[in-house]
Design a protein around this ligand. Structure first.
Ligand code: MN
Length: 229
């Protein structure tokens, strides 16, 4: 039967060195995965287990675009993150088996309406208005064969000023631990991407700002902030 209307086409990420793209189905995000960032937000970290929130796949934007400053906020923040892309089904997998489920990695920005997230925390409400913002999951190209070792630098520059500067070794829960834990709750499958949390140094952006996030060994993620609609 014909559909009443068409939904927007789902995003698909370029893969370095491959002709095919990686279609995105779900976006999971890890909270408080770097101790220094948790501290700057006034939060305790949980070393026992990660926690998660999600973004709609319709919040994904490909790297390299200019996107309008979003509605409903006056404190839109950057969060630079390592992104994992799942390449094989994973359900209740062990730490050691988790690596085989990872297709590749990329750079991503978990853009956040910080004022709305803070209000939600204060009122013990869900984070959706703060986190599931249209255009807020900015994803760079994926790379296969990358190893997220502890010495790999992760940085974010805003207008050539470095705001976030850490290493992947600062992650409290590493990539295999995240996949193993998340697979206790979801049937992970190809198309699932996981944003693994941000290091310290998050802060507000303004219209006209140019953001570029880098992780050594991966293609960078880039975003320009446009005027509000
Ligand atoms: Mn984040």
């Amino acid at each position: 039967m014909p559909a009443l209307f068409d939904l927007p086409q789902l995003p698909s990420l370029p893969v370095t060195g491959m002709p095919d793209t990686y279609p995105v189905g779900r976006v999971f995000c890890v909270g408080r995965n770097y101790a220094a960032h948790a501290a700057e937000m006034g939060n305790e970290v949980d070393r026992e287990a990660p926690f998660y929130f999600t973004k709609s796949v319709f919040s994904v934007a490909l790297s390299g675009q200019t996107l309008p400053y979003p509605p409903g906020t006056s404190d839109y923040h950057h969060e630079m993150e390592l992104v994992m892309a799942i390449g094989a089904p994973a359900f209740r997998v062990s730490y050691d088996a988790a690596g085989a489920a990872i297709f590749g990695y990329g750079c991503g920005l978990d853009m956040t309406r910080r004022d709305l997230q803070a209000m939600a925390k204060e009122k013990r409400r869900p984070w959706d208005l703060g986190k599931d913002v249209e255009g807020s999951a900015v994803l760079g190209p994926l790379t296969k064969g990358f190893l997220p070792t502890s010495d790999v630098p992760i940085t974010l520059d805003v207008n050539d000023d470095t705001r976030q500067d850490a290493t992947l070794g600062e992650m409290i829960h590493d990539c295999q631990a995240i996949v193993a834990d998340l697979s206790r709750f979801y049937h992970l499958r190809p198309g699932d991407v996981i944003m693994t949390g941000t290091p310290a140094g998050v802060g507000p952006v303004q219209p006209g700002d140019h953001l570029i996030g880098r992780i050594e060994g991966l293609a960078p993620v880039e975003l320009r902030i446009g005027n509000p609609e």
